[in-house]
Design a protein around this ligand. Structure first.
Ligand SMILES: [Zn+2]
Length: 519
């Protein structure tokens, strides 16, 4: 009965709809060796013809040609896929800058949506953040917000290293709920960092339950600083299970040579949790280096004031240097740490062993001196290729960049900012064949859309929002390197954001068609 009604309605709708011009037609889909990858598993390559877009949505697949469209994109020989979703992005920290609002670095990789406020951070007032992003000419990509646990804890408890009182917990719950009311898709935590690290698991369960949706965590320990990476992944599983939310081990890795090979154990634990019905996922950026602050890497949990006090106290100085030396060793030694950005820009790009040798001090002393001189962000080479591949192959692993938006000349940041998605397609699919193209696309589109509840996105079907990436998989290249990280990715032909052409023939159109999404 229902089906019959739909057919009758379609008979009336179709002729008048055809007379209304399409905003965009993507023609020759599937022609000349090209393919449509819808994002849905096992559904690749079925459709041929054209994709019609009107009012920001896909209104037809397969039938229409381009004669009735205001803009035509020829996809012959190219792959047409849903726009990519970056589930861990620091882009919001700079997206509001006028010169970065177009988000060209994201569009160059086919990214059409970024999930912001990761690692427990971001502002407390998401309504205000939304207004800032939507105002002033808008933004080039869609944004999904999270409410940060560290931000909420800091607002209620400052830097207190203790459990919350019932009253404080109630205040944190209220702030988390306000964040969700303002559109957050869930809670992010960064419990490696201060003040998030002062939270016990019970607090995280209570706040994740208050948030609902996802709980995405920069885990307590990605290597072997204290509880270890296995117990830290188990903690995400426990939060997901007890709070009845979807847990995400964000930028999953086994950090430092002591932890290499542990990806096997992590995968066993996540698979076992999933087998008993716990909703747990991970995301990953495809690099052997991470990026964080020098202080967090070398002296986690030690404030600058405390470090300064201990350094000037002859009795306590040796223990401080020993702690720093051990943490540098855990990450792979002083050559494995490169300064990304610090006050003295002459140090940008230099390795810690080089800096120490030039100054005639130990690497630990050099690191502490830089921390006390205002700190630094670093690129830290600490992962093994085997672990990267093992984590990448899991059907529950999404793609992320963990990157920010930056302009040339601004330090020597991690190349993931400008290359993560292109590198996965170019290096890990095309060259190393760790994943098929279809698997990689799912990890960037339909999987994150489902996990985060991004309705009508991450998939190509009639009725879905027209976030679309059109590219030649043979030509996608991440050009950002550790030495020259500001080079944008190449090979993306066209990108549509909410039905508007945002990237065309390898260049941004300045469309700023992104919106701040609501749960
Ligand atoms: Zn992180």
């Amino acid at each position: 009965m229902f089906r019959a009604v739909v057919v009758v309605a379609a008979l009336f709708v179709t002729p008048s709809a055809q007379s209304v011009p399409l905003d965009v037609a993507i023609i020759n889909v599937g022609a000349g060796g090209g393919r449509l990858i819808t994002g849905a598993t096992g559904d690749a390559g079925a459709a041929r013809g054209a994709i019609g877009i009107r009012g920001g949505r896909i209104v037809s697949i397969g039938g229409a040609d381009g004669t009735n469209a205001r803009a035509v994109i020829d996809a012959a020989g190219l792959v047409v896929a849903p726009g990519f979703i970056d589930v861990h992005s620091h882009g919001l920290e700079t997206l509001g800058r006028p010169e970065l609002r177009n988000a060209d670095a994201e569009l160059a990789q086919g990214v059409t949506t970024i999930v912001g406020n990761p690692d427990g951070g971001g502002p407390i007032d998401l309504a205000k953040q939304r207004v800032l992003l939507e105002g002033d000419g808008g933004i080039g990509v869609n944004v999904a917000l999270l409410i940060g646990h560290g931000t909420v804890r800091g607002a209620v408890m400052g830097g207190a290293n203790r459990a919350p009182t019932p009253d404080e917990l109630a205040k944190m719950v209220a702030l988390v709920k306000q964040g969700v009311a303002d559109g957050a898709f869930g809670l992010s935590s960064g419990i490696f960092y201060t003040p998030g690290r002062y939270a016990k698991t019970d607090e995280l369960v209570a706040l994740a339950r208050a948030a609902g949706g996802v709980y995405t965590s920069h885990i307590r320990d990605e290597g072997n600083y204290d509880v270890g990476v296995v117990a830290s992944v188990d903690e995400v599983i426990r939060v997901a299970e007890e709070a009845h939310v979807t847990g995400i081990v964000t930028h999953m890795k086994a950090l430092g040579p002591d932890s290499w090979g542990l990806s096997k154990t992590l995968i066993v634990h996540i698979d076992a949790a999933r087998a008993r019905g716990v909703s747990v996922f991970a995301d990953q950026y495809p690099y052997e280096a991470s990026s964080t602050s020098l202080a967090a890497a070398v002296l986690p949990g030690v404030s600058t004031a405390e470090a300064r006090a201990r350094l000037s106290d002859g009795a306590r100085k040796p223990a401080l240097l020993a702690e720093a030396t051990e943490n540098i060793r855990r990450r792979g030694g002083p050559h494995s740490i490169a300064i990304a950005s610090t006050r003295d820009s002459a140090l940008d790009g230099k390795r810690l062993d080089e800096i120490a040798a030039a100054r005639g001090v130990s690497p630990a002393q050099a690191a502490i001196d830089i921390i006390l001189d205002g700190g630094a962000s670093i690129v830290s080479f600490n992962m093994s290729e085997d672990d990267i591949r093992a984590i990448m192959r899991q059907p529950w692993t999404m793609t992320s960049s963990d990157g920010a938006l930056s302009l040339p000349g601004e330090g020597v940041p991690h190349p993931r900012n400008n290359g993560a998605f292109a590198r996965k397609l170019g290096v890990y699919v095309r060259e190393r064949k760790v994943l098929t193209l279809d698997q990689a696309i799912v990890s960037m589109t339909s999987l994150p859309a489902e996990v985060f509840g991004l309705k009508d996105r991450g998939v190509i079907r009639v009725g879905a929002v027209a976030d679309i990436a059109v590219f030649d998989p043979a030509k996608i290249v991440d050009r950002a390197t550790y030495e020259h990280p500001h080079q944008l990715a190449t090979g993306m032909s066209f990108v549509l954001v909410n039905g508007q052409v945002a990237w065309k023939d390898g260049k941004g159109t300045g469309a700023r068609a992104g919106v701040v999404l609501r749960k």
